[in-house]
Design a protein around this ligand. Structure first.
Ligand code: DX5
Ligand code: ZN
Length: 214
């Protein structure tokens, strides 16, 4: 069943509680928290305290934390303590990704691995046994509102063909025009920022995407 994860990167950061509540009321399944360190990607975004506040206000909401950071290993414990449900790191990090993934699982959280558009999917395959989720970036990470890169679709097939039984997630430029196609290639979780937060009626969009995926 397709899960919808709004990315708060696209929310009104002055009215985060209002915008997240609107997505919860619209029936979203997860909340995607894009954390950026201005090194791994040329942008800065949220902090562990954002996760703490979200967890306090939305105690039952799955918080899907995506660390677009050079050295995420130093922050796993902190995001776990603040209430993250799952943590995704990138295969391109300069530290030992396998060790970071093992640590995330040791803390009882969902462990995810992600890759930039320019990284061949082969880089991900050896790490899949350590993961519960694989996140395919369908834009260059760092900013919302970019155009979906259809050339990334074969990565979903390759991950499934490698025997991965975990969740496949995609992030970047997702909307009504491409989520149904991604579902045909094994998508389980759709990260959506602009398409959802700009939608006149996000519930209609979520319901429609779930109906088409079923
Ligand atoms: C890129 C971000 C975006 C964001 C989704 O680093 O991760 O992909 O979450 O934003 P939209 O849906 O606007 O592309
Ligand atoms: Zn993300």
């Amino acid at each position: 069943m397709l899960l919808i994860a709004p990315s708060i990167l696209a929310a009104d950061h002055l009215n985060l509680e209002r915008d997240v509540a609107r997505m919860v009321d619209a029936g979203c399944d997860w909340l995607h928290v894009d954390v950026m360190d201005a090194h791994f990607v040329p942008n800065l975004s949220f902090s562990p305290k954002t996760v703490r506040c979200l967890r306090r206000r939305f105690p039952d909401l799955t918080l899907d934390v995506h660390l677009m950071m050079d050295n995420p290993g130093k922050y796993i414990d902190r995001f776990a303590q603040e209430g993250a449900s799952g943590i995704t790191v990138h295969v391109e990090i300069p530290e030992n990704a396998a060790a970071v993934l093992k640590h995330i699982r040791e803390l009882g959280l969902r462990a995810g691995i992600s890759l930039r558009p320019g990284t061949p999917v082969e880089a991900l395959i050896p790490l899949l046994p350590l993961c519960d989720l694989a996140l395919v970036m369908t834009v260059e990470p760092g900013f919302g509102g970019q155009h979906f890169m259809p050339g990334m679709v074969p990565k979903l097939d390759a991950i499934r063909q490698a025997g991965f039984s975990g969740l496949i997630e995609a992030d970047g430029g997702l909307g009504a025009g491409n989520v149904p196609l991604l579902c045909e290639h094994g998508l389980d979780v759709a990260v959506m920022g602009t398409a959802l937060f700009r939608a006149e009626n996000p519930k209609d969009l979520i319901d429609s995407l779930k109906r088409q995926a079923s």
